[in-house]
Design a protein around this ligand. Structure first.
Ligand code: C2O
Ligand code: CU
Length: 473
């Protein structure tokens, strides 16, 4: 059938692992099958946004908040989102992680024209796969996502209803709050001033405040949890820096990565969870006692000092809480998790092979830094040319000195090997965090016609060249 390429009736799949793939239904843009409809309206607008007491920023928002309204739907729903643009720049919405029809993917110049000021556009798709997703503008992302044009999308699995006592979506980000006052107010502005020659400024240092759901410090909402309760925390990294969250020893388990469940990966318990830019990681966190605690970035990270999520059992207060500091640290990384659903149960024979060499360079034309795929910058990067039904192998190698979270639109891929070693239990994702010196081999099935971006989710890297497209003949 369409779903299964090797229908070998395999007895070789590990317990709890099933074979999955894209279904045709997810590509519908009309509600032909009479599915339950969920309709939302999102307006892109400017807003002064308070990050913490006395600190606010000029944000660009969907519906006036950072993050934008959480869109919650059920698996199988037909989702319709009316976007209205009240900003004075064009915007779009990209449905990060959702495999939908190409003309709904929200990439201006590739899948649609950007939505001009005063205009609107309606996005339509079937919420086919349950999990944690997010949405963000894909027009000039390094500026627009940076200024707040993002929000969460949760596709609920009705079978999981009531599995957790508490459920919370936590979107992580960074903001230039203090320095921005006398300097460029956005990262793009900083990159521009850096490019124009004012030297060594480290962009990352200018981002002095880490936020959870658009808030820092005292402004972060506490989790109210009692001993024995378990929370499902849906972590989404909307920023451009990797983040880590430390949990008390033995209290956390990674239950999904990029919307794919990970229960079969066995010991996925870790006390530090690392999340790459663009990535989603769901954690089941159990409150083991009645003491108040902060979940936050481990170590002595000054910028992270304000990104602390208080967990407060009844009768306790924020002032009594201390950071969770695990004695032995085990780090869970999204890219290293195996998932319950896989696409291929053995290493497939590819129809198309592509080597993706990630590097950094100087643009000799005076443009400053560039980020390259195979020595080229987008749109001159070689496309991944496929035909419908092809099995595509991509070997990604990071030969530079910075992290590159590589994200593929419109498809899931299977992470088959890391640094040349075949993984015993592969995972299925739509983003793989490739750190300096690392390499990954991924496979996907070309089952969704169109032109799809494959890019670094440090949006500045993407805009400075580190993008390519998967192009169907
Ligand atoms: Cu969140 Cu092109 O991606
Ligand atoms: Cu990058």
């Amino acid at each position: 059938s369409y779903l299964f390429f090797f229908s070998s009736g395999s007895g070789s799949l590990p317990d709890g692992v099933t074979r999955g793939g894209q279904s045709i239904a997810s590509l519908e843009t009309t509600n032909a099958a009479d599915r339950p409809e969920k309709t939302f309206a999102l307006t892109a607008e400017e807003k002064e946004w308070t990050i913490e007491e006395k600190e606010s920023v000029e944000a660009w928002t969907y519906n006036g908040t950072v993050p934008g309204q959480e869109l919650r739907v059920e698996q199988g729903d037909f989702v319709q989102v009316d976007l209205t643009n009240n900003l004075d720049v064009p915007v779009t919405i990209h449905w990060h992680g959702v495999n939908l029809a190409n003309n709904m993917d929200g990439v201006p110049g590739l899948t649609q024209d950007a939505v001009q000021p005063g205009e609107s556009f309606t996005y339509k798709f079937v919420a086919e796969d349950a999990g944690t997703y997010w949405y963000h503008s894909h027009q000039h992302s390094s500026k627009q996502v940076d200024k707040g044009l993002y929000g969460p999308l949760v596709i609920e699995d009705p079978e999981e209803n009531g599995d957790y006592d508490v459920e919370e979506t936590l979107m992580l980000d960074e903001w230039p709050v203090h320095q921005a006052k006398d300097g460029p107010a956005s990262r793009q502005g900083m990159m521009e001033s850096r490019r124009s020659g004012d030297g060594e400024a480290d962009t990352k240092d200018l981002y002095d405040t880490f936020t959870v759901n658009g808030k820092a410090g005292e402004a972060i909402d506490p989790l109210e949890m009692e001993q024995g309760e378990t929370a499902r925390l849906r972590l989404v990294n909307a920023g451009f820096q990797q983040h880590q969250l430390a949990f008390p020893e033995g209290s956390a388990e990674v239950i999904a990565v990029d919307g794919e469940k990970t229960s079969s990966s066995g010991d996925s318990s870790a006390n530090i969870v690392e999340i790459a830019p663009g990535e989603r990681i769901d954690v089941a966190y159990t409150k083991q006692d009645q003491t108040p605690v902060f979940l936050g970035e481990p170590g002595d990270n000054e910028k992270a000092r304000d990104m602390r999520i208080p967990v407060l059992p009844e009768g306790t207060s924020r002032s009594e809480a201390a950071m969770a500091s695990p004695e032995t640290e085990t780090t869970a990384r999204g890219a290293d998790q195996s998932t319950d659903t896989i696409l291929f149960d053995q290493v497939p024979e590819p129809d198309v092979s592509y080597t993706m060499d990630l590097s950094m360079g100087m643009d000799m034309g005076g443009g400053g830094m560039s980020f390259q795929i195979n020595g080229r910058t987008f749109p001159d990067t070689p496309p991944i040319q496929v035909q419908d039904g092809d099995i595509v192998k991509v070997e990604i190698e990071n030969n530079g000195s910075m992290n590159h979270p590589m994200h593929l639109h419109g498809h899931d891929f299977q992470i088959q090997s890391k640094d040349g070693t075949t993984l015993e239990q592969p995972g299925v994702k739509d983003l793989v965090h490739v750190k300096p010196g690392e390499s990954y081999t991924i496979y996907f099935e070309a089952n969704n016609q169109g032109e799809w971006l494959f890019h670094c989710h440090d949006n500045n890297h993407a805009e400075l060249g580190m993008s390519t497209i998967v192009d169907y003949d």
